[in-house]
Write a protein that binds this ligand. Structure first.
Ligand SMILES: C[S@@+](CC[C@H](N)C(=O)[O-])C[C@H]1O[C@@H](n2cnc3c(N)ncnc32)[C@H](O)[C@@H]1O
Length: 207
């Protein structure tokens, strides 16, 4: 990875991921994860303080960016449960089938190059009874916002480390073979609408 993607992007993303409206979103979803948890796209570990300690056995975070793991250290050291880091890609998760209770995905499906492959891997590693917990920014429902998202996306993607503004996140989750259990959505306050439409909830593998 070059200087920009290895040094600048993780710090820029860390800054954006710590905004108040996004922290509020984390508080809504992260405590839902339980047991042995796989967090896809761990980044700088912004979710770590929001796990419910009573429900967590351990967290395994996967991310190809090792700089992010360095940025996560303070948060990792502050919690009473183990957080293990796997340097790798969500499209090829080095875990056994049926080996985790929850998979957490926050603000990562926008960036993962092959989101369907990542979701299919999430399904594979999930135990029967397991749950996908997600919160992502997504393609907006309003056509005027969608048009701006499509216009800006090529430049945004280059500057923001591969992040896409306009993925149909719920459609991807369903296409990958999950049923949505709970779904909420809104434009985040104090956030540009092109990047502020959030979808969050839980999903289970379709039987
Ligand atoms: C916008 S950041 C979000 C980080 C974190 N999930 C959060 O909520 O703060 C997107 C993350 O996805 C990671 N990522 C990119 N490609 C990935 C892949 N193929 N597999 C797993 N993670 C990936 C990036 O390195 C980055 O840490």
């Amino acid at each position: 990875m070059g200087f920009y993607s290895n040094y600048v992007v993780p710090r820029f993303v860390t800054c954006a991921c710590g905004s108040k409206p996004i922290v509020r979103q984390r508080q809504k979803v992260v405590p839902r994860a339980r047991g042995k948890i796989l967090e896809i796209g761990l980044g700088a570990g912004h979710n770590i303080p929001h796990y419910d300690h009573e429900r967590v056995d351990r967290v395994i975070g996967i991310d190809p960016c090792e700089t992010s793991w360095q940025l996560a250290q303070e948060r990792v050291n502050a919690v009473p449960f183990d957080v293990e880091f796997l340097a790798g890609s969500a499209e090829d998760i080095p875990l056994d089938d049926d080996s985790v209770d929850s998979v957490l995905l926050t603000f990562a499906l926008c960036t993962i190059p092959d989101p369907l492959a990542a979701l299919s891997e999430a399904k594979r590693v999930m135990r029967p009874g397991g749950e996908l917990v997600f919160c992502e920014h997504a393609q907006a429902p309003d056509e005027s916002v969608q048009r701006w998202q499509a216009r800006i996306n090529p430049l945004w993607k280059r500057l923001a480390g591969g992040c896409n503004l306009n993925r149909d996140i719920v459609g991807l989750i369903r296409t990958a073979g999950f049923d949505i259990n709970e779904l909420e959505q809104m434009y985040l306050p104090n956030t540009p609408r092109i990047a502020g439409f959030n979808v969050w909830g839980t999903a289970i593998p379709r039987s």
